[in-house]
Write a protein that binds this ligand. Structure first.
Ligand code: CP
Ligand code: NVA
Length: 310
C-alpha cells in the first residue's frame, strides 16, 4: 500500500503538486496522445452512483487516449449495490485495475475504499467535493486570464455543496482569493472553510463567505455558479429557489465584476435559475472550454498519480 496517492479532495495535492498537474494538463491539451502510461491496455475502473455526462465521457475518452481501457459501470449493478463492504471492494478492485474513479455520495465512502485500495482512488464527485471539476476550472481560468495567483474568484449559490467546497480548497491551493456568496443557512461547512483558510495561509491568498451577492462580485475576475439543487438533494425539504434568487448570475450582476471577468459553470446548467441564457451564452462565458478541460485535467491527474507509485 505504500506510495499510493489518492485524489479524494482538493487538498490531497499540495500547491506545488497541483501546479505540476495543471502544467501537464496544458501539455496534454497541446499533444493529446503524447503520454501512454496505460498502454497494454491497462484498465481503470470508473464507477457511477449518480448521473453523469461530462465526467463519464471525459474519463472514458481520456483513459483511451492514455492507451488504457475504462471499465465503466453503474455502481448499483455491482455488489456495491448489495452492500459488499467498501473495504473489500477496494481490495478486490486493486487486483484488476490501475486506478478507480468513483462518483458517490458521502466522502466517508471514498475514505473507506481508499483505506484498503493499493491503487489510486479518484473522487469523481461526492456530496462534499468535486475536485476533478476544479482542476478543469483552474486550467480554464489560467488559459483565459494568463495566471491564477492573486485573481479574485466569486462563487454564488449553494455554499455548502461540492463545488463551493472544492473551489474554496482548490482555489486557495492555487493562490486564488475565493469568495463564497450564499444565502443564510447555505454557508460552507466549517471544517472545509478551515481547510481552505489553512491553504490560503500557505499560498498568500484569502477566502471569505459573504451574504451579499452584489458586494461579493464587485471587481471579481472570475464568477462561478452551480445548480441550487445538487444530486441527492431533490427531496431534502429545503427551499432551494426563493433564498437563491438574488444570487443568480444575470447581466446586471455580471456588470459589477471586472470588465474582463469570465464566467464558469460546471454544468449541467438550470438556465434561468442560477444563470441566465444571456450570460451563459454570452461573450464572457467560458463554460464550453471548461467542459472540454475535464478531459485534459483528468488525463494529467491520472498520469501524475500513476507516476507517484513506488
Ligand atoms: N460537471 C459535471 O461533473 O458534469 P456531469 O455530472 O455531467 O459529469
Ligand atoms: N453540485 C452539483 C454538481 C454537478 C456536476 C451536483 O452535485 O449535482
Amino acid at each position: 500500500m505504500s506510495g499510493v496517492r489518492h485524489f479524494l479532495r482538493d487538498d490531497d495535492l499540495s500547491p506545488a503538486e497541483q501546479a505540476q498537474v495543471l502544467a501537464l494538463a496544458a501539455d496534454l491539451k497541446a499533444a493529446p496522445y503524447s503520454r501512454r502510461p496505460l498502454e497494454g491496455p491497462r484498465a481503470v475502473g470508473v464507477i457511477f452512483e449518480k448521473n453523469s455526462t461530462r465526467t463519464r465521457f471525459s474519463f472514458e475518452v481520456g483513459i483511451a487516449q492514455l492507451g488504457g481501457h475504462a471499465v465503466v459501470v453503474d455502481g448499483r449493478s455491482t455488489q456495491l449495490g448489495r452492500e459488499e463492504t467498501l473495504a473489500d471492494t477496494g481490495r478486490v478492485l486493486s487486483r484488476f485495475v490501475d486506478a478507480v474513479v468513483w462518483r458517490t455520495f458521502g466522502q466517508d465512502r471514498l475514505d473507506e475504499m481508499a483505506g484498503t485500495a493499493t491503487i489510486p482512488v479518484i473522487n469523481a464527485l461526492s456530496d462534499e467535493f468535486h475536485p476533478c471539476q476544479v482542476l478543469a476550472d483552474l486550467q480554464t481560468i489560467a488559459e483565459h486570464k494568463g495566471r491564477l495567483t492573486g485573481l479574485n474568484l466569486t462563487y454564488l449559490g449553494d455554499g455548502a455543496n461540492n463545488m463551493a467546497h472544492s473551489l474554496l480548497v482548490g482555489g486557495a491551493t492555487a493562490g486564488l482569493n475565493v469568495t463564497v456568496a450564499a444565502p443564510a443557512g447555505f454557508e460552507p461547512q466549517h471544517t472545509v472553510l478551515a481547510a481552505a483558510q489553512a491553504r490560503a495561509a500557505e499560498t498568500g491568498s484569502c477566502v471569505r463567505v459573504c451574504a451579499d451577492p452584489r458586494a461579493a462580485v464587485d471587481g471579481a475576475d472570475v464568477l462561478v455558479t452551480d445548480t441550487w439543487t445538487s444530486m441527492g438533494q431533490e427531496d431534502d425539504g429545503l427551499d432551494r429557489v426563493g433564498p437563491f434568487r438574488p444570487f443568480r448570475i444575470d447581466a446586471a450582476l455580471l456588470d459589477r465584476a471586472d470588465a474582463a471577468a469570465v464566467v464558469l459553470h460546471c454544468l449541467p446548467a438550470h438556465r434561468g435559475e442560477e444563470i441566465t441564457d444571456e450570460v451563459l451564452d454570452g461573450p464572457r462565458s467560458v463554460v464550453w472550454d471548461e467542459a472540454e478541460n475535464r478531459l485534459h485535467a483528468q488525463k494529467a491527474l491520472l498520469v501524475w498519480l500513476l507516476e507517484q507509485r513506488t
